[in-house]
Ligand binder design. Structure first.
Ligand SMILES: [Zn+2]
Length: 377
């Protein structure tokens, strides 16, 4: 047993920490010196961690952590009679349970992790101290009891293991790593999102198509959006670090749906600026009708107003789909649109429609419906 007790922890880190611990202790109290020669290796004989002086508790823990669990594999384990059978401790259990310790003195098993880091507040509950204080030695049910002791991720045993990991490497504990990792990911996400938004704004401003005919990785021309994004990445190192293989597969920000979402967001922003610019001034409405390739009836809506500098401004607001081209449907679509953007019909002062279109009749109907609501329009 002496071979365990004469060894000191050898790493530089621990010796530095030992120095810190002794200098930080209060000068008024009688200093308790840590002496590894006083520590017992047999888990059945050692003192509980709570009984050590608060100033040397961590040094005691560090000593036991560096030594590892007490696993005397070559010991001649005594046999006990269970019914007609004799059973004894099986050293192969050490392989399955890395925390397992065996006390030669008491012929019992203990848990090193729970001995070192089990929170004392759980101590009063029944059965909680078996592996940290009393010792377990019913070899008939050993494996199932060991598994029960490990429990699920929220068990005291696993809590003690987390504390052990934190103790061994405070800067690389799982919690620390996850929080560090997620904050790095968030920064990368912001860089990626800003780059993608820049591309979206450029394409929208220039009225260029986003998508390509072939956007697969082997394609020579992946379309304006992807080509421009990768061109950007090839020139700006900071952006390249957040694209392609440097981004999570489900967070590339290049999916067609994302492109559409961002374009819609830009459109909403522009529309709200137009509405803001109109303010409470009067405006007039210009509507034209078109049919797209899928024979869907569409209504293009333009607002015309005088801005704060006295300039006449014409702004394209949106394209509205209409189910049919009857004047009532058109009026309903205009009403919905005005309600959506908070434009009152009472401030409408003019209407302009394509007089030559085959929808002249419907537009005339729409005009009179609007005039019914607001004679000034
Ligand atoms: Zn345990």
């Amino acid at each position: 047993m002496d071979k365990f007790l004469t060894k000191r922890p050898r790493s530089n880190e621990s010796s530095v920490k030992d120095d810190n611990a002794t200098t930080s202790s209060s000068p008024k109290r009688a200093r308790v010196e840590f002496d590894p020669n006083n520590l017992v290796a047999d888990p059945g004989l050692r003192m509980t961690i709570e009984k050590y002086d608060v100033n040397i508790k961590d040094e005691v823990r560090r000593f036991y952590v560096s030594k590892g669990p007490c696993q005397p594999r070559t010991h001649n384990f005594p046999k006990k009679k269970y019914g007609n059978q004799y059973r004894c401790f099986n050293p192969s259990w050490f392989d399955s349970f890395p925390w397992l310790e065996y006390s030669v003195e008491k012929d019992s098993t203990f848990c090193l992790w729970c001995y070192l880091f089990k929170p004392t507040t759980y101590g009063l509950q029944s059965g909680r101290d078996i592996f940290s204080k009393m010792g377990y030695n019913n070899w008939k049910h050993a494996i199932s009891t060991f598994r029960d002791h490990e429990g699920n991720v929220t068990s005291i045993h696993n809590f003690a293991f987390d504390k052990l990991e934190l103790f061994k490497n405070p800067r690389q504990s799982v919690t620390q790593m996850i929080s560090q990792h997620s904050s790095d990911m968030e920064v990368a996400y912001r860089v990626r999102l800003t780059a993608v938004l820049d591309i979206v704004r450029f394409l929208l401003r220039q009225g260029l198509a986003f998508r390509g005919h072939d956007e697969s990785s082997s394609s020579k021309n992946k379309g304006n959006f992807l080509e421009l994004l990768y061109w950007y990445g090839a020139r700006v190192d900071k952006i390249a670090k957040t694209l392609k293989e440097n981004a999570p597969g489900n967070n590339q920000m290049t999916a067609p749906k994302i492109q559409k979402d961002l374009a819609h967001s830009c459109a909403e922003k522009v529309r709200s600026l137009i509405i803001e610019d109109i303010g409470d001034r009067i405006f007039s409405l210009m509507v034209d009708e078109a049919r797209d390739v899928s024979v869907k009836e569409q209504m293009a809506i333009v607002l015309r107003y005088v801005d704060s500098r006295g300039q006449v401004i014409e702004r394209f607001l949106c394209v509205e789909h209409v189910t049919d081209t009857s004047s009532h449907t058109l009026k309903k679509a205009i009403d919905n649109l005005f309600a959506k953007y908070g434009l009152p019909l009472s401030r409408l002062r003019g209407q302009g429609y394509d007089g030559a279109s085959n929808m002249r009749g419907e537009f005339n109907g729409l005009k009179s419906l609007i005039l019914k609501d607001n004679p000034c329009a």
